[in-house]
Design a protein around this ligand. Structure first.
Ligand code: CA
Length: 161
């Protein structure tokens, strides 16, 4: 790994934020930790590779950060973290373009594994066969002419592709 991936951690609960920052830094990631929506939106300018995003924040809804990230030219991967485990909340997060979803309380090792998996999936280098292009959560298969956003297939006409 030439440059360590940069992770934007958005979490208002200080013990979790501090503990995760220490662990992720120890794992070799560059970490920017913020405690709210406003600070997270400002931190998008630093072009994180991945956002670990708490849903319930004191100054707003974490999914607003996800939507903002999806509208920029730089598209970081996003793992949504939520205390809510209801199916509709999970679906809402994934429909908004989250790459993965973790429910609190989570095991640290599970989150680390998911971070690693998502970063590998969105790695900009492309696949060894050169047939895949990846940008943020979007992956294009040049051979099959199919597109995926996160894990979801995206319907495209030939022209749109
Ligand atoms: Ca919270």
């Amino acid at each position: 790994m030439s440059v360590a991936p940069k992770i934007l951690l958005v979490e208002d609960e200080a013990p979790i934020r501090i503990g995760l920052t220490e662990r992720l830094t120890a794992e070799g990631y560059r970490v920017v930790a913020v405690d709210g929506v406003t600070a997270a939106l400002a931190a998008l300018a630093g072009h994180p590779d991945l956002i670990v995003l708490d849903r319930r924040l004191p100054d707003g809804e974490g999914l607003d950060v996800l939507r903002a990230a999806r509208h920029g030219t730089h598209r970081p991967a996003v793992i949504v973290v939520s205390a809510r485990g209801l199916a509709e909340d999970r679906v809402e997060g994934l429909e908004d373009g989250a790459d993965d979803y973790v429910t609190k309380p989570f095991h640290l090792r599970e989150l680390l594994a998911r971070i690693k998996a998502v970063l590998q999936r969105v790695a900009p280098a492309g696949d060894a066969d050169g047939r895949h292009l990846t940008s943020g959560a979007l992956t294009l298969d040049l051979g099959a002419r199919t597109a995926r956003l996160g894990r979801k297939a995206v319907e495209l006409t030939r022209l749109e592709f």
